[in-house]
Write a protein that binds this ligand. Structure first.
Ligand SMILES: Nc1ncnc2c1ncn2[C@@H]1O[C@H](COP(=O)(O)OP(=O)(O)OP(=O)(O)O)[C@@H](O)[C@H]1O
Ligand SMILES: [Mg+2]
Length: 287
């Protein structure tokens, strides 16, 4: 455990054991995405290199339009990579067929900003969770075992299974729905979870709960979590490693302490100075 100190940015959560000791699970070399041609050509992600390790929480931090969602979609295999290579668990990633893609998706799953868009609203909550058990090959398990697994997943996220059966996702609050998303992840147990701004649509109290659940997934299941955010304070709180993204490039990366306590790039320094500090008077005249 590293002894993260607190700064004006945010109190830090306990870190995972040293990254160097753990194998690489997702590595990228020169990864690039170009949208459009001619006048509409946009280089959304520009030759980025990264190496994410097992059981590590990695934040990708940048402002709106910096390329965070584009890189997430490439990592998930939802859009093609224009140039560069992605290695998954030490081998070149192969998602060239539907079957191979499905196999890859057993290893990487995502939760998104808007939990309301992530569920089929006409499926009851137990059907949502049962689907996950079936996807993990548990289709023929006895009913009692399925109920036990669903109860365990709900209690992992502090929800009560007995109160959720027969409810529809739209009957939950945003925070509860995001917790249900994490219960799904608990059942699916992917190697890697990609979380794209998962707390930006929920209140501060639910946000802290969600962040703590992500830490629990790392600590109890050794999951690798890629946390996408524009908020460097949240990134410091939760991450072992941080990649700072500006205009499609990683301008700085390293351990969370190193990048945030001793930033080198001007852009990182600016992101840190933009975090309001509660003990300073706010100057709203510049807003
Ligand atoms: N399908 C697309 N076609 C054309 N351009 C795109 C497409 N998707 C993204 N872009 C462009 O790529 C750039 C990066 O977008 P991206 O959505 O990755 O940013 P982001 O960092 O996720 O921003 P935000 O914080 O607002 O979610 C932007 O200039 C965007 O307009
Ligand atoms: Mg985005």
């Amino acid at each position: 455990m590293s002894d993260k100190k607190t700064t004006g940015v945010a109190p830090a959560a306990p870190a995972a054991p040293a990254a160097a000791a753990r194998p690489s699970c997702l590595r990228g070399t020169g990864v690039t995405k170009v949208f459009g041609f001619g006048e509409t050509r946009t280089v959304a992600v520009d030759h980025v290199d990264f190496d994410f390790h097992e059981g590590e929480i990695i934040s990708i931090v940048g402002e709106s339009g910096s390329g965070k969602t584009t890189i997430s979609k490439m990592l998930l295999g939802l859009i093609s990579v224009t140039e560069g290579q992605i290695d998954f668990q030490g081998k070149p990633r192969d998602i060239s067929s539907h079957k191979k893609k499905n196999e890859y998706w057993k290893g990487i799953q995502a939760i998104f900003q808007d939990p309301f868009s992530s569920f089929n609203m006409f499926n009851k909550i137990d059907a949502v969770l049962l689907d996950c058990i079936n996807m993990r090959g548990g289709k023929n398990l006895p009913k009692e075992e399925k109920v036990r697994l669903m109860t365990e997943a709900c209690s992992f996220v502090n929800l009560k299974y007995a109160e959720l059966t027969n409810k529809y996702p739209f009957e939950l609050s945003g925070g509860q729905m995001q917790r249900l998303m994490i219960a799904r992840i608990f059942l699916l147990k992917p190697k890697i979870l990609l979380a794209d701004e998962p707390t930006s649509m929920i209140d501060a109290c639910s946000r802290a709960t969600i962040l703590d659940m992500l830490l629990k997934l790392r600590d109890e299941i050794n999951m690798t979590i890629i946390f996408i955010t524009h908020d460097i304070g949240l990134a410091y709180y939760i991450s072992d490693s941080v990649y700072i993204m500006e205009h499609g490039k990683f301008v700085e990366s390293g351990g969370a302490d190193e990048v945030i306590l001793t930033p080198k790039a001007d852009y990182t320094k600016r992101l840190i100075s933009d975090v309001p500090k509660i003990y300073e008077e706010w100057d709203l005249s510049t807003v």
